[in-house]
Write a protein that binds this ligand. Sequence first.
Ligand code: PHE
Length: 388
Amino acid sequence: MMTFVKALAGSIAMLAVASTLSAQPASESRAEKKTILIGHYGSLTGSEATFGKSTSNGLRLAIKEFNASGGLKGQHIELKEYDTRGDAGEAKLAVERLVKSDNVVAVIGEVASKLSLAGAPVCQEAGVPMISPSSTNPRVTEVGDYIFRVCFIDPFQGFAGAKFARENLKAKSAALLVDQAQAYAVGLAEEFEKNFTKLGGRIGTRQTYTGGASDFTAQLTSIRSAKVDVIYIPGYYTDVGNIALQARKLGITQPLLGGDGWDSAELAKIAKDAIEGCYYTNHYAPDQPDARVQEFIKSYKAEFGGATPDGLAALGYDAGRLLFDAMKRAGSTEGKALRAAIAETKDFPGVTGDITINAKRDATKSAVVVEMAGDPPAPKYVTTIKPD
Ligand code: PHE
């Protein structure tokens, strides 16, 4: 039976090759392949909607620039995009559509680690390279050798947050408030705790919630009585905004501290001055005096009605540009060749820093710390933390 199936598969494959060859004289095949289709899956609606929208904008800008520069030997990039609505089941379906029906040559996405973990096995199995711009949980790229990311990972981000809390804020004690439904939040909280303790700090209390909750009074009351110096909340922006509002109402005055999941213009819209004087680790800060960053901001503003790009937009842009660079080096969009070229990426000049893809298919990069400052509060660059 097995041999029969194999033989059948073999002859089907040969037939496919034969028909491609016979049906397409050189000129026609060029005409037919004028565009290269890539996919993006992201949350374009729901409580993490800015994650997907910003990524999409950054990616579209990268595509526009690449096409304007001539594309891949004259072939233009085209984008197929699906909304995951922040849901793991939708994320998996979206990636199945992209690789099985749309036949994209590569996939960009997701932002949230939990959703990348849902989509990655589909790409791995299909042999289609996937680049997550921004999922920081280590498990994402462990799915397999077709899965990459252009951002740092949470063992480093947790270290950066802990180091900043201990050394810059001089915090001796911290409380944790963790979204137990997100792989990202659970992992980042662990890494913060490990590093904060190693640096001589103490965790006063660890409280949990489930993303989308509306009342955080019980957890915040416990945190208030723990009398800690800082409160670490490695969640996503909608929840963090609500938590900040409620914390201030309960008389909690300590600074809140978080990770990249805070990065959205929506955070300040929800929390207003309740988030002032709070800090988070991120991939980029719009007020970094770096020429490369400022050039990107100028192009992005021109393209999207004056909006300032957030970290997701910057990472979406970098993920796209890195993918196109790999296509050029591979001279092909075939899965295996493209995968190998992405894996070989060295010192790629991203707006979120220089990107080298390491043996684990992750990027080793610095993190920035930003403070929510001003009226209304907006992220202001504070410092850069380098990996050891
Ligand atoms: N790092 C987050 C995760 O893995 C996603 C994120 C990245 C959110 C950057 C905002 C900014 O889930």
